[in-house]
Design a protein around this ligand. Structure first.
Ligand code: ATR
Length: 285
């Protein structure tokens, strides 16, 4: 049996086991994918023990993505190097070398492609990314590989947006600019793609309130929050007649590269998988 895991602290709310469990069943693979709760102080010990425990790899989630990045030295994809965090682990050479990747940005782009068609980057010139945390880094790093003109990064704490821009601007030709939170409304009028990467709008958090009147009619509004699926931001964008892309697709698509590495099949993000996770989000918790 092929064994994979997701490690985090806490981990009980992770939906990754549902996703990988669905694919294991769908492709008839003799494998397992389990949640493992590891406290930060025990992380290195856990990582050293992975191969002896019989794991071929796994996912890494909050709060361990940056610590795993440090643990791996040079065994990281160029993508992970750019982002500074790892969410997917696997072994090369029969347990000799543990490698890490960051698939968050890939998941974000694959979700846009699935919802909008792959040509979206032909008409999007200016992107507004709201937030400058780990998720924003992954998303900006992936957007940089597209033929865009400019990515504005707005954050409540502007120094974090400036740091993100400083770290990533050397990669690719897209202009990156940090933006103060107070200038958000002005930037909306110039943006064809608006992405919320903050926790605003998540169940239990205040909503992200933007003045969408100024946004171009052909703009796309996307949220990485997926609980609830239809965030106040997406609801407002729909009411304004804009196209929207919700956050669940990113979660599903970021899981694809890991599954393929561990279990040898490139899995499909199907409507059935989406419905399974939607039922879990909307069901009794
Ligand atoms: P993630 O890895 O999911 O991106 P994170 O690194 O903790 O999580 O980043 C959270 C993001 O949400 C940050 O951009 C944060 O802004 P600050 O850098 O100013 O903290 C943003 N955020 C969280 N709560 C917010 C709030 N109430 N208003 C505005 N931004 C908020």
């Amino acid at each position: 049996m092929i064994k994979a895991f997701v490690v985090g602290h806490p981990i009980k709310h992770s939906r990754s086991p549902l996703i990988h469990g669905y694919w294991l069943k769908r492709y008839g693979i003799d494998g397992s994918y389990e949640r493992i709760d590891v406290a930060p102080v025990d992380l290195d010990e856990f990582l050293v023990a992975l191969w002896p425990l019989g794991f071929v790899g796994g996912n890494v989630t909050i709060p361990h993505k940056e610590a795993v990045f440090e643990f791996l030295d040079n065994n990281k994809t160029e993508r992970a190097q750019r982002v500074g965090a790892v969410n997917t682990l696997w072994y090369e050479d029969e347990g000799i070398e543990l490698w890490g990747d960051n698939t968050d940005g890939l998941g974000f782009i694959a979700n846009l492609n699935q919802n909008l068609g792959t040509g979206w980057d032909q008409y999007v010139e200016n992107v507004l990314v709201i937030g400058a945390g780990g998720a924003a880094r992954g998303i900006v790093a992936s957007l940089q590989d597209h033929p865009l003109k400019r990515i504005l990064v707005a954050n409540r704490t502007i120094s974090k947006a400036e740091e993100l821009v400083r770290d990533l601007e050397r990669y690719g030709r897209v202009t990156l600019e940090a933006l103060a939170w107070d200038d958000l409304d002005n930037a909306l009028a110039r943006s064809q793609l608006i992405v919320n990467t903050t926790s605003l709008g998540m169940a239990g958090q205040p909503p992200l309130l933007l003045d969408l009147e100024k946004v171009p009619d052909d703009a796309i509004v996307s949220d990485i929050v997926y609980v609830p699926l239809r965030t106040p931001l997406l609801a407002a964008a729909e009411a304004r007649g804009l196209r929207t892309v919700d956050g669940l697709g990113m979660l599903l698509h970021q899981a694809v590269p890991g599954f393929e590495r561990w279990f040898g099949v490139r899995p499909e993000v199907t409507p059935e998988l989406r419905a399974l996770i939607v039922a879990d989000i909307e069901g009794p918790s």
